[in-house]
Design a protein around this ligand. Structure first.
Ligand SMILES: *Cc1c(COP(=O)(O)O)cnc(C)c1O
Length: 411
Protein backbone atom coordinates (compact mmCIF):
# COMPACT_ATOMS: atom_id res chain seq x y z
CA UNK A 1 0.00 0.00 0.00
CA UNK A 2 1.24 3.50 -0.80
CA UNK A 3 2.10 5.88 2.01
CA UNK A 4 -1.10 7.13 3.67
CA UNK A 5 -1.96 10.78 4.08
CA UNK A 6 -1.84 12.24 7.60
CA UNK A 7 -5.63 12.34 8.03
CA UNK A 8 -5.90 8.65 7.10
CA UNK A 9 -3.04 7.74 9.42
CA UNK A 10 -4.67 9.67 12.27
CA UNK A 11 -7.75 7.48 11.98
CA UNK A 12 -5.81 4.21 11.90
CA UNK A 13 -2.76 4.88 14.03
CA UNK A 14 -4.18 4.05 17.46
CA UNK A 15 -3.67 0.70 18.97
CA UNK A 16 -6.92 -0.57 20.52
CA UNK A 17 -5.28 -3.12 22.85
CA UNK A 18 -8.34 -5.37 22.60
CA UNK A 19 -7.62 -8.56 20.68
CA UNK A 20 -10.21 -10.50 22.66
CA UNK A 21 -13.18 -8.18 22.16
CA UNK A 22 -12.59 -6.62 18.75
CA UNK A 23 -13.61 -3.22 20.12
CA UNK A 24 -13.21 -0.70 17.30
CA UNK A 25 -12.55 2.19 19.67
CA UNK A 26 -9.73 1.76 22.18
CA UNK A 27 -10.96 1.50 25.77
CA UNK A 28 -10.17 4.06 28.45
CA UNK A 29 -7.57 2.48 30.70
CA UNK A 30 -8.79 3.70 34.08
CA UNK A 31 -6.13 1.92 36.05
CA UNK A 32 -3.49 3.33 38.34
CA UNK A 33 -1.18 0.35 38.11
CA UNK A 34 -0.30 -2.61 35.83
CA UNK A 35 0.67 -6.21 36.65
CA UNK A 36 4.43 -6.37 36.38
CA UNK A 37 5.98 -8.16 33.45
CA UNK A 38 3.20 -7.23 30.96
CA UNK A 39 3.97 -7.38 27.22
CA UNK A 40 3.85 -3.62 26.61
CA UNK A 41 5.97 -2.71 29.62
CA UNK A 42 3.37 -0.61 31.46
CA UNK A 43 4.13 -0.02 35.09
CA UNK A 44 2.19 2.75 36.89
CA UNK A 45 -0.02 5.38 35.24
CA UNK A 46 2.04 8.37 36.43
CA UNK A 47 4.79 7.13 34.10
CA UNK A 48 2.67 5.77 31.23
CA UNK A 49 -0.67 4.41 30.15
CA UNK A 50 -2.01 3.02 26.84
CA UNK A 51 -4.17 6.14 26.38
CA UNK A 52 -1.13 8.41 26.82
CA UNK A 53 0.78 6.38 24.27
CA UNK A 54 -1.99 6.57 21.66
CA UNK A 55 -2.32 10.32 22.08
CA UNK A 56 1.44 10.96 22.03
CA UNK A 57 1.77 9.02 18.76
CA UNK A 58 -0.96 11.08 17.10
CA UNK A 59 0.63 14.35 18.28
CA UNK A 60 4.05 13.26 16.97
CA UNK A 61 2.47 12.42 13.60
CA UNK A 62 0.72 15.80 13.38
CA UNK A 63 3.83 17.75 14.38
CA UNK A 64 6.07 15.80 12.00
CA UNK A 65 8.13 14.84 15.07
CA UNK A 66 9.98 11.73 16.11
CA UNK A 67 8.69 11.96 19.69
CA UNK A 68 5.92 13.53 21.74
CA UNK A 69 5.07 13.54 25.44
CA UNK A 70 1.66 14.32 26.86
CA UNK A 71 0.84 16.21 30.05
CA UNK A 72 -2.13 17.17 32.22
CA UNK A 73 -2.54 20.61 30.57
CA UNK A 74 -0.69 23.10 28.41
CA UNK A 75 0.67 24.67 31.60
CA UNK A 76 1.87 21.24 32.80
CA UNK A 77 3.70 20.86 29.45
CA UNK A 78 5.40 24.24 30.01
CA UNK A 79 6.29 23.25 33.58
CA UNK A 80 7.91 20.06 32.24
CA UNK A 81 10.07 22.07 29.85
CA UNK A 82 10.97 24.66 32.49
CA UNK A 83 11.82 22.00 35.06
CA UNK A 84 14.88 21.15 32.96
CA UNK A 85 16.27 24.70 33.37
CA UNK A 86 19.07 25.47 35.77
CA UNK A 87 19.62 28.46 38.01
CA UNK A 88 21.27 31.31 36.09
CA UNK A 89 19.67 30.46 32.77
CA UNK A 90 18.13 33.22 30.69
CA UNK A 91 14.95 33.13 28.62
CA UNK A 92 14.30 35.61 25.83
CA UNK A 93 10.58 35.50 25.18
CA UNK A 94 8.27 37.19 22.70
CA UNK A 95 6.47 40.05 24.46
CA UNK A 96 3.04 38.82 23.40
CA UNK A 97 2.88 35.55 25.32
CA UNK A 98 0.02 33.64 26.83
CA UNK A 99 -0.57 35.21 30.27
CA UNK A 100 -0.04 31.99 32.24
CA UNK A 101 3.34 31.50 30.55
CA UNK A 102 4.49 34.89 31.82
CA UNK A 103 3.09 34.07 35.27
CA UNK A 104 4.99 30.76 35.29
CA UNK A 105 8.25 32.48 34.28
CA UNK A 106 7.99 35.50 36.58
CA UNK A 107 6.19 34.15 39.63
CA UNK A 108 7.53 30.59 39.79
CA UNK A 109 10.76 29.93 37.92
CA UNK A 110 12.27 33.36 38.67
CA UNK A 111 12.38 32.16 42.32
CA UNK A 112 14.66 29.36 41.15
CA UNK A 113 17.04 31.79 39.47
CA UNK A 114 15.76 31.53 35.88
CA UNK A 115 15.32 35.01 34.42
CA UNK A 116 13.21 36.04 31.50
CA UNK A 117 13.00 39.16 29.36
CA UNK A 118 10.33 40.06 26.83
CA UNK A 119 11.12 41.31 23.33
CA UNK A 120 9.39 42.06 20.05
CA UNK A 121 10.43 39.20 17.76
CA UNK A 122 8.85 40.80 14.71
CA UNK A 123 11.50 43.55 14.55
CA UNK A 124 14.64 43.07 12.44
CA UNK A 125 16.82 44.33 15.36
CA UNK A 126 15.80 41.28 17.37
CA UNK A 127 18.97 39.40 16.44
CA UNK A 128 21.24 42.21 17.65
CA UNK A 129 19.33 42.19 20.93
CA UNK A 130 19.68 38.41 21.21
CA UNK A 131 23.43 38.68 20.49
CA UNK A 132 23.68 40.95 23.52
CA UNK A 133 21.43 38.97 25.84
CA UNK A 134 22.82 35.56 24.86
CA UNK A 135 19.78 33.63 26.13
CA UNK A 136 19.76 29.89 26.80
CA UNK A 137 16.13 29.58 25.74
CA UNK A 138 14.04 31.48 23.20
CA UNK A 139 10.30 31.09 23.77
CA UNK A 140 7.66 32.36 21.41
CA UNK A 141 4.17 32.02 20.02
CA UNK A 142 3.12 32.63 16.42
CA UNK A 143 0.56 33.92 15.69
CA UNK A 144 0.43 35.83 18.96
CA UNK A 145 -2.56 36.30 21.20
CA UNK A 146 -4.74 38.28 20.68
CA UNK A 147 -3.56 40.49 17.81
CA UNK A 148 -2.15 37.63 15.70
CA UNK A 149 1.27 39.02 14.93
CA UNK A 150 3.25 36.47 12.91
CA UNK A 151 6.91 35.75 13.78
CA UNK A 152 9.39 34.50 11.15
CA UNK A 153 9.97 31.00 12.55
CA UNK A 154 12.55 30.04 9.92
CA UNK A 155 14.69 33.11 10.67
CA UNK A 156 14.53 32.62 14.46
CA UNK A 157 14.99 28.85 14.06
CA UNK A 158 18.14 29.25 11.97
CA UNK A 159 19.57 31.79 14.41
CA UNK A 160 18.89 29.55 17.43
CA UNK A 161 20.43 26.52 15.74
CA UNK A 162 23.58 28.47 14.86
CA UNK A 163 23.92 29.75 18.42
CA UNK A 164 22.89 26.51 20.09
CA UNK A 165 19.89 28.13 21.79
CA UNK A 166 16.88 26.02 22.80
CA UNK A 167 13.92 27.28 20.76
CA UNK A 168 10.47 26.58 22.21
CA UNK A 169 7.46 27.44 20.05
CA UNK A 170 4.03 27.40 21.66
CA UNK A 171 1.98 26.15 18.70
CA UNK A 172 -1.44 26.33 20.36
CA UNK A 173 -2.85 29.24 18.35
CA UNK A 174 -1.80 27.97 14.93
CA UNK A 175 -2.27 24.27 15.75
CA UNK A 176 -0.17 21.46 14.30
CA UNK A 177 -2.43 20.93 11.28
CA UNK A 178 -1.44 24.42 10.12
CA UNK A 179 2.13 24.92 11.29
CA UNK A 180 4.94 22.54 12.25
CA UNK A 181 7.56 24.50 14.21
CA UNK A 182 10.15 21.68 14.18
CA UNK A 183 10.41 22.07 10.39
CA UNK A 184 11.62 25.63 10.98
CA UNK A 185 14.29 24.63 13.47
CA UNK A 186 12.44 24.69 16.80
CA UNK A 187 13.85 22.33 19.43
CA UNK A 188 10.44 21.84 21.03
CA UNK A 189 6.92 22.43 19.76
CA UNK A 190 4.56 22.78 22.67
CA UNK A 191 0.79 22.97 22.62
CA UNK A 192 -2.27 23.07 24.80
CA UNK A 193 -4.28 20.10 23.49
CA UNK A 194 -7.21 21.62 25.39
CA UNK A 195 -7.81 23.96 22.44
CA UNK A 196 -7.92 22.86 18.78
CA UNK A 197 -6.60 19.32 19.23
CA UNK A 198 -9.43 18.29 21.53
CA UNK A 199 -11.84 20.81 20.06
CA UNK A 200 -14.80 19.87 22.25
CA UNK A 201 -14.12 21.98 25.39
CA UNK A 202 -14.44 18.93 27.64
CA UNK A 203 -10.86 18.01 28.63
CA UNK A 204 -7.48 19.53 29.50
CA UNK A 205 -4.15 18.25 28.20
CA UNK A 206 -0.86 19.46 26.78
CA UNK A 207 1.96 18.06 24.68
CA UNK A 208 5.56 18.68 23.67
CA UNK A 209 6.91 17.31 20.37
CA UNK A 210 10.61 17.04 19.52
CA UNK A 211 13.09 15.29 17.23
CA UNK A 212 15.69 15.04 20.01
CA UNK A 213 15.90 11.78 21.92
CA UNK A 214 17.59 13.54 24.86
CA UNK A 215 14.76 16.05 25.09
CA UNK A 216 12.15 13.30 24.86
CA UNK A 217 13.81 11.46 27.75
CA UNK A 218 13.96 14.64 29.85
CA UNK A 219 10.25 15.28 29.23
CA UNK A 220 9.18 11.73 30.01
CA UNK A 221 11.24 12.00 33.20
CA UNK A 222 9.47 15.28 34.10
CA UNK A 223 6.10 13.63 33.51
CA UNK A 224 6.66 11.09 36.25
CA UNK A 225 9.09 12.97 38.51
CA UNK A 226 6.91 16.08 38.80
CA UNK A 227 3.56 14.29 38.51
CA UNK A 228 2.55 16.20 35.37
CA UNK A 229 0.76 13.29 33.68
CA UNK A 230 -2.66 13.70 32.05
CA UNK A 231 -5.63 11.50 32.95
CA UNK A 232 -6.38 8.45 30.76
CA UNK A 233 -9.92 9.77 30.32
CA UNK A 234 -8.72 13.17 29.03
CA UNK A 235 -6.22 11.48 26.67
CA UNK A 236 -9.03 9.34 25.31
CA UNK A 237 -11.20 12.43 24.76
CA UNK A 238 -8.40 14.30 22.97
CA UNK A 239 -7.63 11.22 20.83
CA UNK A 240 -11.30 11.13 19.91
CA UNK A 241 -11.13 14.86 19.07
CA UNK A 242 -8.10 14.33 16.83
CA UNK A 243 -10.06 12.06 14.46
CA UNK A 244 -11.95 15.10 13.17
CA UNK A 245 -9.13 17.59 13.73
CA UNK A 246 -8.05 18.15 10.09
CA UNK A 247 -11.69 18.65 9.06
CA UNK A 248 -12.41 21.01 11.93
CA UNK A 249 -9.34 23.15 11.35
CA UNK A 250 -10.13 23.46 7.66
CA UNK A 251 -13.76 24.46 8.28
CA UNK A 252 -12.91 26.84 11.13
CA UNK A 253 -10.15 28.50 9.09
CA UNK A 254 -12.47 28.99 6.10
CA UNK A 255 -15.20 30.48 8.27
CA UNK A 256 -12.73 32.72 10.11
CA UNK A 257 -11.37 34.10 6.83
CA UNK A 258 -14.88 34.82 5.55
CA UNK A 259 -15.82 36.43 8.83
CA UNK A 260 -12.64 38.55 8.89
CA UNK A 261 -13.31 39.75 5.32
CA UNK A 262 -16.90 40.64 6.18
CA UNK A 263 -15.83 42.56 9.30
CA UNK A 264 -13.34 44.53 7.20
CA UNK A 265 -16.27 45.68 5.06
CA UNK A 266 -18.40 46.68 8.05
CA UNK A 267 -17.94 50.31 9.07
CA UNK A 268 -18.73 49.52 12.73
CA UNK A 269 -15.30 47.89 13.03
CA UNK A 270 -11.72 48.97 12.50
CA UNK A 271 -8.43 47.07 12.47
CA UNK A 272 -9.43 43.51 11.73
CA UNK A 273 -6.61 41.13 12.70
CA UNK A 274 -6.35 37.82 10.81
CA UNK A 275 -3.07 36.46 9.39
CA UNK A 276 -4.54 35.56 6.00
CA UNK A 277 -6.12 38.94 5.28
CA UNK A 278 -4.21 40.79 2.56
CA UNK A 279 -4.27 43.84 4.85
CA UNK A 280 -2.37 42.00 7.63
CA UNK A 281 1.19 43.37 7.88
CA UNK A 282 2.61 39.82 8.03
CA UNK A 283 0.40 38.40 5.28
CA UNK A 284 3.28 37.20 3.04
CA UNK A 285 5.07 35.59 5.96
CA UNK A 286 1.85 33.92 7.14
CA UNK A 287 1.35 32.45 3.66
CA UNK A 288 4.89 31.04 3.78
CA UNK A 289 4.68 29.33 7.17
CA UNK A 290 0.98 28.62 7.77
CA UNK A 291 -1.22 26.28 5.76
CA UNK A 292 -4.39 28.14 6.83
CA UNK A 293 -5.28 31.01 9.13
CA UNK A 294 -6.79 29.10 12.07
CA UNK A 295 -10.02 30.15 13.80
CA UNK A 296 -9.14 33.26 15.80
CA UNK A 297 -10.11 36.73 14.53
CA UNK A 298 -9.58 39.91 16.53
CA UNK A 299 -11.21 43.24 15.76
CA UNK A 300 -11.75 46.68 17.25
CA UNK A 301 -15.30 47.97 17.54
CA UNK A 302 -15.71 51.70 16.86
CA UNK A 303 -16.87 52.36 20.36
CA UNK A 304 -15.78 52.65 23.99
CA UNK A 305 -15.35 49.88 26.55
CA UNK A 306 -19.01 50.02 27.65
CA UNK A 307 -20.24 49.64 24.07
CA UNK A 308 -17.77 46.83 23.44
CA UNK A 309 -19.02 44.92 26.49
CA UNK A 310 -22.61 45.58 25.40
CA UNK A 311 -21.73 44.11 21.99
CA UNK A 312 -20.41 40.96 23.69
CA UNK A 313 -23.55 40.63 25.81
CA UNK A 314 -25.78 41.00 22.74
CA UNK A 315 -24.18 38.05 20.93
CA UNK A 316 -26.24 34.85 20.98
CA UNK A 317 -24.07 32.31 19.15
CA UNK A 318 -20.75 33.37 20.71
CA UNK A 319 -20.43 32.50 24.38
CA UNK A 320 -18.41 35.06 26.32
CA UNK A 321 -15.57 32.91 27.63
CA UNK A 322 -11.81 32.48 27.65
CA UNK A 323 -10.27 29.64 25.61
CA UNK A 324 -10.52 28.90 21.91
CA UNK A 325 -10.49 26.18 19.31
CA UNK A 326 -13.69 24.32 20.20
CA UNK A 327 -16.56 23.54 17.84
CA UNK A 328 -18.68 26.20 19.52
CA UNK A 329 -17.86 29.84 18.88
CA UNK A 330 -16.54 31.91 21.76
CA UNK A 331 -15.81 35.59 22.18
CA UNK A 332 -13.71 37.43 24.71
CA UNK A 333 -12.70 40.94 25.74
CA UNK A 334 -8.92 40.56 26.16
CA UNK A 335 -8.55 43.93 27.92
CA UNK A 336 -10.67 42.83 30.92
CA UNK A 337 -10.45 39.04 30.61
CA UNK A 338 -7.40 37.15 29.27
CA UNK A 339 -5.04 40.13 29.66
CA UNK A 340 -6.61 41.79 32.72
CA UNK A 341 -3.44 41.41 34.81
CA UNK A 342 -1.10 42.88 32.15
CA UNK A 343 0.02 46.45 33.02
CA UNK A 344 -1.96 49.06 31.06
CA UNK A 345 0.99 50.43 29.09
CA UNK A 346 2.06 46.96 27.93
CA UNK A 347 -1.51 46.14 27.01
CA UNK A 348 -1.98 49.25 24.92
CA UNK A 349 1.47 48.79 23.36
CA UNK A 350 0.43 45.32 22.23
CA UNK A 351 -2.78 46.65 20.68
CA UNK A 352 -4.99 45.31 23.47
CA UNK A 353 -7.30 48.30 23.60
CA UNK A 354 -10.60 48.66 25.46
CA UNK A 355 -12.54 48.11 22.23
CA UNK A 356 -10.69 44.96 21.12
CA UNK A 357 -12.76 41.79 20.69
CA UNK A 358 -11.38 38.30 20.08
CA UNK A 359 -13.55 35.72 18.35
CA UNK A 360 -12.85 32.00 18.31
CA UNK A 361 -14.80 30.87 15.28
CA UNK A 362 -16.47 27.50 15.72
CA UNK A 363 -18.34 25.18 13.41
CA UNK A 364 -21.69 26.97 13.22
CA UNK A 365 -22.72 28.17 9.76
CA UNK A 366 -20.68 31.29 9.10
CA UNK A 367 -23.72 33.19 7.78
CA UNK A 368 -25.45 32.67 11.12
CA UNK A 369 -22.34 33.89 12.93
CA UNK A 370 -22.18 37.00 10.75
CA UNK A 371 -25.86 37.75 11.23
CA UNK A 372 -25.38 37.41 14.99
CA UNK A 373 -22.47 39.88 14.90
CA UNK A 374 -24.40 42.41 12.82
CA UNK A 375 -27.47 42.32 15.06
CA UNK A 376 -25.30 42.71 18.18
CA UNK A 377 -23.64 46.01 17.28
CA UNK A 378 -24.95 48.49 19.87
CA UNK A 379 -27.44 51.02 18.58
CA UNK A 380 -25.32 53.89 19.89
CA UNK A 381 -22.45 52.78 17.59
CA UNK A 382 -24.73 52.48 14.54
CA UNK A 383 -26.35 55.84 15.30
CA UNK A 384 -23.00 57.58 15.54
CA UNK A 385 -21.80 56.09 12.26
CA UNK A 386 -25.03 57.07 10.59
CA UNK A 387 -24.85 60.62 11.85
CA UNK A 388 -21.25 60.96 10.69
CA UNK A 389 -22.32 59.78 7.28
CA UNK A 390 -25.31 62.08 6.94
CA UNK A 391 -23.26 65.09 8.05
CA UNK A 392 -20.47 64.34 5.60
CA UNK A 393 -23.06 63.91 2.85
CA UNK A 394 -23.87 67.59 3.24
CA UNK A 395 -20.44 68.60 2.00
CA UNK A 396 -19.35 65.56 -0.03
CA UNK A 397 -20.73 64.47 -3.32
CA UNK A 398 -23.34 61.87 -2.53
CA UNK A 399 -22.66 58.43 -3.98
CA UNK A 400 -25.17 57.72 -6.73
CA UNK A 401 -26.09 54.34 -5.27
CA UNK A 402 -25.24 53.55 -1.68
CA UNK A 403 -23.71 50.13 -1.22
CA UNK A 404 -25.62 47.56 0.77
CA UNK A 405 -23.18 47.93 3.56
CA UNK A 406 -23.87 51.65 3.93
CA UNK A 407 -27.57 50.98 4.01
CA UNK A 408 -27.38 48.30 6.61
CA UNK A 409 -25.54 50.68 8.94
CA UNK A 410 -28.52 52.99 8.98
CA UNK A 411 -31.21 50.38 9.53
C1 LIG B 1 -4.48 27.75 26.70
C2 LIG B 1 -3.08 28.00 26.35
C3 LIG B 1 -2.04 27.44 27.11
C4 LIG B 1 -2.28 26.65 28.37
O1 LIG B 1 -2.98 25.49 28.16
P1 LIG B 1 -3.90 24.80 29.30
O2 LIG B 1 -4.25 23.52 28.64
O3 LIG B 1 -5.05 25.71 29.51
O4 LIG B 1 -3.06 24.64 30.50
C5 LIG B 1 -0.75 27.68 26.69
N1 LIG B 1 -0.48 28.44 25.62
C6 LIG B 1 -1.45 29.01 24.89
C7 LIG B 1 -1.07 29.85 23.71
C8 LIG B 1 -2.78 28.82 25.22
O5 LIG B 1 -3.74 29.41 24.49
Amino acid sequence: MSELHTNSKLIHLEKNFSKETGAVTPPIFLTSTFASGNEEGFDYTRSGNPNFRNLAQSVALLEGAKYASVFGSGVAAMTAVMSTAKSGMKIAAEQNLYGCTIRLFDQVFRNFGVHSCYLDFSRPEIFTALDEIRPDIVWLESPTNPCLKVIDLAAVGTYCQEKDIILVVDNTFASSAIQKPLEFGATLSLQSLTKYANGHCDALAGAVATNSKEWFERLEFAQKALGLQPSPMDCWLVSRGLKTYPLRIKAQSESALRLARALEEDTAFENVYYPLLESHPDYELALRQMKAGSGVVAVQLKGDQEETLEFLRNLNLFTVAESLGGFESLVCHPFSMTHASVPLELKLGAGITRNLVRFSVGLEDVDDLLADIKQSIPKSVRDRLCKARTTSRGCLKQPSKPSQNLLSDCL
